[in-house]
Design a protein around this ligand. Structure first.
Ligand code: PYC
Length: 332
């Protein structure tokens, strides 16, 4: 019986939580971060559930653990921990992790202002603007994003027949654009979106297959992205992303924005160099951009970048006590 201690920096990126585990994470085996992620999920998932779920976390909780990189071209390895599992890539998590890690001297970049991140999804390059002790903004150049499929038909018990595009931006997203049975995310509350999303994700995964063409270990549709007209000045579009079992991202969602940029680029609505400013359900903004075109297996895709800000909210030493009946957390 032990009491395990985790030294955490708690913060949020544009409204969505980030719990950076700076001490107490387990040693992981694996030649890549994708292999280390598999080791973590098989042997140490209790750390994720203990730190993400109630009573130490909540439905929206999300975080990361830092590791030495597995690649020579990277400064640090990042494992993302979420209520849903360990995402291959998390955009808001990256912006929060880089902000807090730089502000607290947890990482030593080879080049000041740039951190090359070894993530399970691949290389992500983060550049940050620093003013004194504070990081004001982080821009991440994400892994290649692409449109996977268009107009997939799916039955929603609440809405009827829907047609969705599926795009990859570090995770697979079903994008629900305006159509006969859906006008705008603004017509629904967050809890209605959660309920409809879970049903839609199950139906899509039962009927279709989503596998990354170059990294077959990355598979399955994990997120639903509901779209809407922008309500904040400067925004190109609005969105609400469902993840885990109960969460709507409070940030504009970095991998979701990347997926949507890839969708728009594939439809000729964005060109390299174009900006795409995404608004979240609470009105916060990520500044997306098409960096360049790229091939992903047989498909055309784009390398997107996303900029946003994060703030530290506290320093938190969290205990997981083996005697605690809720040591591994719970969800209601
Ligand atoms: O920002 O990529 C993101 C993200 C994924 C799930 C929640 N946020």
């Amino acid at each position: 019986m032990a009491r395990h201690s985790f030294f955490c920096l708690d913060g949020h990126t544009c409204g969505n939580p980030v719990r950076l585990v700076a001490g107490g994470g387990p040693l992981l085996e694996g030649a890549t971060m994708l292999e280390r992620r598999a080791h973590f999920l098989s042997d140490f998932d209790w750390i994720r559930t203990g730190l993400m779920f109630e009573p130490r976390g909540h439905d929206m909780m999300s975080g990361s653990i830092l590791y030495p990189p597995t690649r020579a071209d990277c400064d640090v390895g990042v494992l993302f921990i979420e209520t849903s599992g360990c995402l291959p890539m998390c955009g808001h998590g990256t912006i929060g992790t880089v902000t807090m890690a730089v502000e607290h001297g947890l990482v030593r970049p080879k080049t000041e202002g740039t951190l090359n991140l070894d993530t399970p999804a691949g290389l992500v390059v983060a550049t940050y603007e620093r003013q004194g002790e504070h990081v004001e903004e982080v821009r991440l150049v994400n892994v290649p994003a692409f449109l996977h499929s268009e107009g997939l038909e799916v039955e929603s018990p609440a809405l009827g027949t829907l047609h969705v595009d599926v795009a990859y931006g570090g995770n697979f997203y079903a994008i629900v654009d305006p159509q006969k049975n859906f006008r705008d995310m603004a017509d629904f509350t967050a809890s209605q979106l959660v309920q409809m999303s879970g049903q839609l994700r199950t139906a899509l995964n039962q009927r279709y297959e989503f596998v990354h063409p170059e990294k077959p270990d990355i598979s399955g549709l994990s997120h639903i992205l509901w779209t809407g007209a922008p309500t904040v000045e400067g925004a190109t579009a609005r969105n609400a992303v469902f993840y885990g079992d109960k969460a709507i991202d409070r940030s504009p969602c970095g991998t979701g924005t990347s997926a949507r940029i890839a969708q728009w680029a594939a439809k000729g609505k964005l060109q390299p160099g174009d900006d795409f400013v995404h608004e979240s359900i609470i009105g916060s903004l990520f500044k997306g951009r098409v960096e360049r075109e790229v091939r992903v297996g047989e498909r055309s895709g784009v390398v997107p970048s996303i900029a946003g800000w994060a703030r530290l909210t506290g320093i938190n030493t969290i205990f997981i006590d083996d005697r605690d009946p809720f040591a591994r957390g719970f969800q209601v």
